[in-house]
Design a protein around this ligand. Structure first.
Ligand SMILES: NCC(=O)N[C@@H](Cc1c[nH]cn1)C(=O)O
Ligand SMILES: [Zn+2]
Ligand SMILES: [Zn+2]
Length: 480
């Protein structure tokens, strides 16, 4: 047996042995409601950064550096709100070893019991071999997976096969504000000598087959602010005799997309790169069908029934989703109020060759024109909240080859090569600023319910996933 295989055998048994400690680590992480989009929870996001710092210290990091990013830029309610810090850390600095930068995020999407969760979202529970809780799969499980791997190495006294630089951020779910600049600044200092970047922050396509991912869509997030009366009003007293902000907003929002997902803003679809013959062939070999989609969405509401159309519309065409209305009545009961100010939120998932600035101009001009058509005296503003770039790479390099070996070793099957419909805004910046290949090596399954209620990570995905990350370090470390 080669050195690598001997080490992996010991590491895999250690990972199995440490399973209760690993679940405990994830339990502690999930218990911190580090919701980056909720300004009132910002102290919890910072608490999560401190938690990570402490874990890294206990694992024997050679260096830990907490980078403050300053005040969050507008649009924001609290103009003094500090951005959560970037947690950087180093393990090893051997010039004879490759250096991998591992990125993950410690913030999560919002979650409330009343959204329909079956249990408290911030109390990790183990049920039917699933770990259920906000952040279990996105992205606290994978981040803990890397720490778990370090713990296994430490307890066995097995040297890491690569130097590791960690970069953990707390604003990924809110557009990775401030991280671009930090990467540019640190490219030749903290991130000097980085050979490769690995991110575990997406999902298998379905539930049966592991995947490696070579593409992401970008995300441009917009808000439409409509202000009318000076305060919320009684609809019996004012209904029918004033222009209502909510009525205006619904009218404008309904012009953006049709019920079949077609974006109705002129010029947007025209920016999309044409499908090449080579790409057209790609979809045939991927394992996926509409049943997997129905299972993951918990419904029979698919627009497309065939694999190719589903995948193309998830991966290589843009989509526009309406997310919500701030200021609107949304509780139980029948409140008869006219909201005085409402803010509609929607995002567009972007793909090659869409240009973010051009898109924003098309979107804001369109919304302004639609509002003007209403002839309403209310105040209207359309603006971008944040944008993050799409990313597509060539999946035939040392990183993907090593990850294939690691996946085969742990799961006994060759992974599919996929793109992802979601976004990790910082991916392209890492590739461009560090001049390094990026590999996306997901841990969770397509039905994990990231961003949804009852988010989960299957216990085998957490444990075998930790082994896959570990094997990847060893196989990549052995490449020339
Ligand atoms: N696991 C990645 C993920 O969930 N990313 C978010 C990032 C985001 C948030 N706003 C814009 N991009 C996603 O929604 O895809
Ligand atoms: Zn994520
Ligand atoms: Zn997410």
């Amino acid at each position: 047996m080669s050195d690598i295989e001997t080490n992996l055998k010991q590491l895999f048994s250690k990972i199995d042995e440490l399973k209760p400690a690993f679940i405990e680590r994830l339990t502690k992480a999930v218990a911190i409601p580090s919701v980056s989009s909720d300004e009132t929870l910002r102290p919890k996001v910072v608490e999560m950064a401190n938690f990570l710092q402490n874990e890294l210290k206990n694992l024997g990091a050679d260096d830990i550096s907490i980078k403050e990013l300053g005040i969050q830029p507008p649009p924001v309610n609290d103009s003094n709100l500090k951005l959560p810090p970037i947690v950087l850390s180093k393990f090893g600095s051997d010039p004879n070893k490759k250096t991998i930068l591992i990125y993950g995020h410690y913030d999560v999407q919002p979650a409330l019991l009343e959204d329909g969760w079956n249990s408290d979202p911030f109390v990790l529970i183990e049920k039917d071999n699933k770990l259920i809780g906000r952040g279990s799969t996105d992205d606290k499980g994978p981040v803990m997976g890397w720490l778990n791997s370090l713990q296994a190495h430490k307890e066995l006294n097995i040297p890491l096969p690569v130097n590791i630089v960690f970069c953990f951020e707390g604003m990924e779910e809110s557009g990775s504000i401030g991280l671009d600049k930090l990467i540019q600044k640190e490219a030749k200092s903290y991130f000097n000598n980085v050979n490769s970047v690995c991110i575990s922050d997406n999902y298998w396509l379905g539930t049966k087959k592991p995947v490696l991912t070579y593409g992401l869509r970008g995300c441009n997030y917009y808000q439409l602010i409509i202000k009318g009366p000076g305060a919320d009003l009684h609809s019996g007293i004012f209904g029918g005799i004033i222009h209502e902000p909510m009525t205006d907003l619904i009218k404008v929002m309904s012009t953006l997309v049709d019920i079949n997902g077609n974006i109705l803003i002129p010029g947007v679809n025209e920016m999309v790169a044409p499908v090449t013959e080579k790409e057209d062939e790609l979809y045939k070999d991927i394992e996926f069908d509409v049943n997997e989609l129905n299972l993951a969405s918990g419904s029979n509401t698919a627009i497309y029934q065939d694999k190719k159309n589903i995948l193309m519309h998830r991966w290589r065409y843009p989509s526009l989703s309406l997310h919500g209305i701030e200021g609107a009545f949304s509780g139980a009961g029948a409140k008869t109020v006219i909201p005085s100010k409402v803010i509609g939120k929607f995002s567009i998932r972007t793909v090659p060759d869409m240009d973010s600035e051009k898109l924003t101009k098309l979107v804001t001009d369109f919304c302004n024109a639609k509002f003007k058509d209403l002839g309403s005296p209310n105040e209207f503003k359309a603006e971008l909240i944040h944008d993050g770039a799409y990313w597509v790479s060539d999946p035939f390099n040392d990183e993907f080859t090593s990850a294939k070996l690691a996946t085969k070793k742990v799961w006994g099957i060759e992974p599919d090569l996929t793109r992802e419909g979601g976004s990790i805004p910082i991916t392209l910046t890492f590739e461009q600023e560090l001049g390094a290949n990026v590999l996306l090596l997901p841990m969770g399954k397509g039905d994990d319910g990231a961003h949804s209620i009852n988010e989960k990570l299957d216990v085998p995905n957490y444990i075998e996933g930790t082994k896959t990350l570990t094997a990847y370090l060893h196989y990549y470390g052995a490449t020339k």
